[in-house]
Design a binder for this molecule. Structure first.
Ligand SMILES: CC(C)=CCNc1ncnc2c1ncn2[C@@H]1O[C@H](COP(=O)(O)O)[C@@H](O)[C@H]1O
Ligand SMILES: [Zn+2]
Length: 362
């Protein structure tokens, strides 16, 4: 599949972690600012950042590094702005960006001020038009063509936020995140994600917060089946979240339950191969789900950490599974139905796909 075609295809990104999507150049710059502070081994980190094919161990080191580097408000604002610009530049027309609100007393950061720093990042994007506040005039005019300046029509992207609960957190901390998400709904927070190291934490810890989120009308997506944990996978599917991410270690019974539930799956090909949650791309469960016409969406997970981008994920899927332009176009268009934003946004996105179908030669 032609990479330029994948890049020009309008796409929806529904599973992207903010801190996993940082540009390498920014990561290197932030790392340099820590030289001499005795916190990090610069040459080791520089080697990892400059490397293309990072090992799993190096990926974890990178996440640890990122946790040290992105602890102040201005950095959070900066990376948010850049991540949105990067997705928009490859024709992502709708982005659901997820991030874990963090407290850092040393810089007077609360979970709330963390999210405010993210919102500041959304507002500071200038290279493209960002629509993130529900039901405001932005979304009304979003796909009315703007006058071209010097032949250039400005790109536009819808952005919605998901607040992540980290599996290391307590029930109370998870509740705090849900309460914050509810207060921030007016600024485009549409849901809750459960993520973090899949080998730690117990499902029952987060259940009260997840139930509360759902009762209050927030959408929920869960990292599900990243490690073999049959009981948890069953409990997660029984909970019936609006979407799940990964779905790697599902047993036969889980597959039956998932397929009959029609819960959409966020597929992260490169992430799964690199973290070895699937043995290789040719045995990826994408094929089984795709053949069963199960709701699917291709996503990056951590485009910075895994050195990928959404266009690349589309190319990998097309090349690995023998899909043509028509199939890839439909795969992208179908994702509109699984977004957490409201029906007006869905309507606008359907229009985008209709308007480009001819020029995409499908
Ligand atoms: C082994 C590995 C890295 C797998 C990738 N798949 C993932 N599985 C679970 N949680 C994740 C994954 N990638 C990112 N995250 C979560 O997202 C965080 C980074 O984004 P943020 O700080 O929430 O803005 C990580 O610290 C982690 O809590
Ligand atoms: Zn993830």
């Amino acid at each position: 599949m032609n990479m330029e075609w994948c890049a020009s295809l309008p796409k929806l990104e529904l599973h992207a972690h903010l801190n996993g999507s940082i540009r390498d150049s920014t990561l290197l710059e932030l790392t340099k600012a820590f030289i001499g502070k005795g916190v990090i081994n610069f040459s080791e980190m520089e080697h990892i950042i400059r490397k293309y094919n990072r090992s799993l161990e190096e990926v974890f080191k990178l996440f640890d590094l990122i946790r040290i580097l992105t602890t102040d408000h201005s950095t959070v604002t900066r990376i948010t702005k850049e991540v949105i610009e990067d997705f928009a530049s490859e024709n992502v027309v709708y982005l659901e960006l997820r991030t874990t609100p963090k407290r850092n007393d040393s810089v007077e950061m609360s979970k709330r001020s963390y999210v405010e720093a993210v919102l500041k990042g959304l507002r500071s994007v200038t290279s493209v038009d960002v629509a993130f506040i529900p039901h405001c005039e932005d979304s009304d005019r979003i796909f009315t063509p703007l006058p071209a300046i010097n032949g250039h029509v400005r790109k536009r992207i819808f952005v919605r936020l998901l607040l992540s609960i980290d599996r290391r957190e307590t029930t109370e901390a998870a509740m705090e995140t849900v309460r914050l998400a509810l207060e921030m709904r007016q600024f485009g927070v549409v849901g809750i994600d459960l993520s973090g190291n899949p080998s730690i934490g117990d499902w029952t810890t987060y259940l009260p917060a997840l139930k509360f989120a759902r009762e209050q009308g927030l959408c929920v997506t869960l990292h599900c089946g990243e490690v073999p944990n049959s009981k948890e996978i069953k409990n997660m599917l029984d909970f019936r979240p609006q979407r799940i991410g990964h779905a790697c270690y599902l047993g036969d019974e889980h597959w039956r339950q998932l397929k009959s539930s029609k819960i959409p799956v966020e597929i992260c090909l490169t992430s799964n191969v690199r973290t070895m949650t699937v043995q290789s791309i040719d045995v990826h469960h994408f094929v089984d789900l795709y053949k069963a016409k199960h709701p699917l969406v291709l996503c990056t997970d951590d485009s910075g950490v895994f050195s990928t981008c959404l266009s690349k994920e589309y190319k990998i899927a097309a090349d690995s599974f023998g899909l043509g332009r028509r199939e890839m176009f439909e795969l992208s268009r179908n994702a509109v139905e699984y977004i957490f934003a409201d029906s007006r946004v869905k309507e606008d996105l359907r229009k985008v796909f209709n308007s480009v179908a001819k020029s995409m030669e499908v």
